[in-house]
Design a protein around this ligand. Structure first.
Ligand code: HEM
Length: 81
């Protein structure tokens, strides 16, 4: 298995709509969460993090501090920063 591609922060920033894809970063990983946006239990608040880091939002919404949330996120990994 080959390593995942490396993306720049600028590339991630270009993905912040359902049309262009919704990417976020978490601890150095890049995630394409486009398919998850409409499944998010917290509704469209998730779009606040589109194109950037989710850490500041997850720090405010501690509901994400659970193993099962990280398992969901891991399914969408597409690369590294
Ligand atoms: C709830 C995933 C980003 C706000 C949840 C839950 C999951 C989840 C699985 C349900 C947790 C549970 O009840 O056990 C994610 C993922 C995200 C993300 C994978 C990013 C890739 C965000 C962002 C915000 C947010 C950026 C806010 C700006 C919320 C809120 C809830 C929630 C408010 C609680 C909804 C409720 O129970 O009424 N999220 N989330 N989430 N999320 Fe997110």
């Amino acid at each position: 298995t080959s390593p995942l591609p490396v993306f720049s922060q600028v590339e991630v920033t270009k993905h912040r709509s359902l049309e262009d894809g919704v990417w976020v970063t978490y601890k150095g990983g890049v995630y394409d969460i486009t398919e998850f946006v409409n499944k998010h239990p917290g509704g469209d608040k998730i779009m606040l993090a589109a194109g950037g880091a989710i850490e500041p939002f997850w720090a405010m919404y501690a509901v994400h501090n659970q193993e099962h949330v990280l398992e969901i996120l891991s399914e969408y990994k597409v690369g590294e920063l």
